[in-house]
Design a protein around this ligand. Structure first.
Ligand code: PLP
Length: 466
């Protein structure tokens, strides 16, 4: 298995180099040169595996021998040993044909732990094996930061800097990131939005001299290893549901911001998992809803919502899907992305839109609808949804045919977003691990959303040693 760029200007590389490269050096995103095809018989054989065993099977298609079997198994065991649930990502039946895939049993109570525990251990493995310095730079809308820090803290040879939008993340998210007292961790709170942070990171990574000097590594979902780790739970959910019910195919409703998680679902489908529709659930920042319903990809006005981890206007993983939509034609992707840069929008043809709508459905959930859905499910089923998962459930209600099985991805634990839960007049008790954050001191620096200023802070924090 080799990795290539969606824009076609990167020589084929192997898995570890792809992990280290993060964003492709030609400005595109890395994708596998061929998507492995899993047959119905092979699926059948995987259906009884534990989460860790399944993760090994799926991931090893993509690692393709670059990490030995023993070491990869160890890495996976270590990554999911930190989860509080023995099934790692259990599936809960809420009512007929409606299931919730709980992805929040990791250290920071959000689904990003599934990928970042793995990526943290992968970086640590690579640092040890090759002796390269790993300085991680990432931008977060809230959950990635905490999860990435938790994934690498205390690991030898790794430093990390996370940018978050000052005052625009939930209290618990902020505490999870900033209460880590460790000289290898730097939290920069920027005066701006998540999109500003993401743009700054992209530009700093595009400065190849700086990137090479500081051995910068990405943690954002542009890193293919994250997508890969997330494909596993689509398979796992399918197997759990089909244990008790004969199903032909399954729909997934996915709370979406950067298009990372839902792209993992798309990849699982392309690998041969019987997925029907992938339902894109957004909040008022609904660029993806508009794209799927109208065929126009155009950022709108930024809105702060009850689901801040989805407050994103430019979905960094969208280009991966675009690559497949344009029949894996990297010249066409380059043209379209250049057009997007100069004109600020992408418009697809009628025929392409038909394909988009065959793959996806979409619903942009508004604030009151999000809260109403939390209230309704709490009252009717005693299940407390976090506001992101609530968008997923509202989109499921809107887009899923009642005769079809749908799994909604629960991307965070409600305790992370008590601001929204309180507005629903629901009282929750925090898990112990979250409660104790409130008495810890915080470590962060507030900075302007300015590339030069941020580069200066990075120069102080990162090491250049080989
Ligand atoms: C990051 C995040 C999302 C969005 O995931 P993407 O991969 O960016 O689409 C949804 N919900 C929660 C709780 C998140 O942390």
């Amino acid at each position: 298995m080799k990795y290539i760029s969606t824009r076609g200007k990167v020589n084929e590389i192997g898995f570890i180099d792809a992990v280290l490269m993060g964003l492709a050096t030609d400005g595109g995103l890395l994708v596998p040169d061929k998507i492995p095809q899993i047959t119905a018989d092979e699926l059948q054989a995987m259906s009884q595996l534990s989460y860790q065993e399944l993760a090994y099977e799926i991931i090893s298609y993509y690692v393709d021998g670059e990490i030995s079997e023993i070491e990869l198994k160890e890495l996976i065991e270590k990554s999911y040993g930190t989860f509080r649930h023995s099934e790692v990502t259990p599936v809960v039946k809420v009512k007929d044909n409606m299931y919730i895939l709980e992805l929040f049993h990791g250290p920071t109570f959000a689904f990003k732990d599934v990928a970042l525990q793995f990526l943290g251990n992968l970086y640590s493995y690579i640092a040890k094996k090759t002796g390269v310095t790993i300085n991680i730079l990432g931008a977060t809308s809230g959950d990635t930061g905490a999860s990435a820090i938790e994934g690498v803290r205390g690991k030898e040879g790794i430093r990390i800097c996370i940018l978050h939008p000052h005052g625009k993340v939930s209290k618990v998210q902020e505490l999870q990131m900033t209460t880590v007292n460790d000289p290898t961790v730097l939290n920069l709170a920027i005066k701006g939005t998540f999109d500003d942070g993401q743009r700054i990171i992209k530009e700093i990574f595009a400065d190849l001299e700086f990137k090479d000097k500081y051995h910068l590594r990405a943690i954002n979902s542009i890193n293919f290893a994250r997508i890969l780790a997330q494909t596993v739970y689509y398979f796992y959910a399918y197997f759990q549901v089909s244990k008790n019910k004969k199903i032909k195919s399954i729909n997934f409703s996915v709370p979406t911001g950067n298009f990372g998680d839902i792209f993992a679902g798309y990849l699982a489908k392309r690998m041969g998992l019987p997925v029907g529709k992938l339902i894109v659930a957004t909040n008022e920042n609904n660029i993806l809803e508009r794209f799927i319903n109208e065929g126009v990809y155009k950022p709108g006005e930024f809105r702060s919502t009850y689901s801040p981890s989805m407050d994103i206007q430019v979905a960094s993983n969208f280009e991966r899907y675009l690559y497949y939509l344009l029949d894996e034609n990297s010249d066409a992707v380059t043209t379209v992305m250049e057009q997007f840069k100069s004109e600020g929008k992408i418009v697809v043809s009628k025929e392409q839109l038909r394909q988009v709508q065959a793959d996806f459905a979409a619903h942009g959930v508004h604030g009151e609808e999000c809260l109403d859905t939390i209230r309704k499910y709490h009252a009717k089923t005693n299940y407390l949804l976090d506001p992101h998962t609530s968008c997923g459930v509202a989109a499921y209600e809107q887009c899923n045919d009642a005769s079809e099985v749908c799994v909604t991805l629960a991307t965070a634990h409600p305790a992370k977003f008590n601001e929204a839960i309180e507005r629903c007049e629901i009282e929750q008790t925090y898990p112990e691990q979250i409660q104790q954050l409130f008495s810890k001191p915080q470590f962060l620096e507030v900075v302007e959303a300015d590339n030069a200023e941020i580069a200066r802070r990075l120069e102080k924090h990162f090491t250049t040693a080989e």
